[in-house]
Ligand binder design. Structure first.
Ligand code: FPP
Length: 261
């Protein structure tokens, strides 16, 4: 199928699922789960095969988000807890990261995507860290979608780091405890300057947030799908967005208050 025909198929799919292209969420956060189970289902012995196919899914979803005109896509690629996985899987994931950064740079440039990363990036192997920074720099002037990779990321750790910085200001007499606001915490998070996610998508049927963006997801809508991440595609994304568009986000207010506006 040609690129034009393929794109027509997906425009049809958007209509089919009832997606309103003029009202897409600004920021989608994703927990890309189910790579290991997918590899097992395919009969692969190595779980990393699932992660390799996970990169393909990430490319599809990033491209679809860029085409829809979203501002931000933030994906959970490696958690602080993932360091405890078997050594071969951790090494495999780091190699996948390095290869993907190399291979995907032209795709990011073509789609005007800016790469960003959150987490304890310095704890990544030097080669991965260097490659990541080089792709972040190479795409820094792109002004379409911002794709953020959460790497060596844990939200409780992120909050502890932010609170330590605020506590230091208090200890040094620069801030009174009673003057601490949400903004003081917010500006020390890895995500400082980014809008909060509107929608969280988790694949693979699990329904938990696994230490991901605990502060930032305060008012996000959650969407869970049984599809395993390597099988997730643009159509699945459109369905998630269409469901999101049917939700009423009240931000603590009543339905009447919202309709009166
Ligand atoms: C969770 O599935 C997935 C991860 C821990 C890694 C996610 C990484 C990718 C999708 C590859 C692309 C990312 C990079 C590095 C650019 P799981 O392994 O926990 O699946 P399971 O629950 O079925 O075992």
């Amino acid at each position: 199928m040609s690129a034009v025909e393929n794109s027509k198929v997906f425009i049809d799919k958007r209509i089919e699922v009832g997606l309103d292209p003029n009202n897409v969420p600004n920021h989608i956060a994703v927990i890309m789960d189910g790579n290991g189970r997918w590899a097992q289902k395919q009969g692969f012995i190595a779980r990393v095969r699932g992660h390799e196919f996970g990169v393909e899914a990430l490319r599809r979803i990033t491209t679809a988000c860029a085409e829809l005109g979203l501002g931000y896509l933030t994906v959970y690629a490696f958690s602080t807890e993932n360091w405890n996985r078997p050594k071969a899987e951790v090494e495999g994931l780091m190699n996948i990261l390095i290869n993907a950064l190399e291979k995907e740079l032209p795709v990011l440039q073509k789609n005007n995507v800016r790469l960003n990363a959150i987490g304890n990036i310095k704890s990544l192997p030097e080669k991965a860290n260097k490659k990541l920074n080089s792709v972040i720099n190479a795409t820094s002037s792109n002004d379409g979608l911002t794709l953020t990779l959460a790497l060596s990321y844990g939200s409780q750790d992120e909050l502890v780091q932010a609170i330590r910085k605020v506590a230091k200001q208090v200890a040094e007499g620069d801030l009174k405890p009673e003057s601490i606001t949400e903004e003081h915490i917010e500006k020390h998070l890895f995500t400082a300057g980014m809008p909060h996610p509107d929608l969280l998508v988790r694949t693979s049927g699990e329904q938990r947030i696994s230490n991901y963006l605990l502060w930032q997801l305060a008012y996000a809508e959650f969407y869970f799908t049984p599809v395993l991440w390597p099988d997730f595609d643009a159509e699945g994304l459109y369905e998630a967005i269409a469901k999101f568009q049917k939700r009423e986000r009240r931000f603590g207010q009543t339905s009447e208050q919202l309709t009166a506006k």
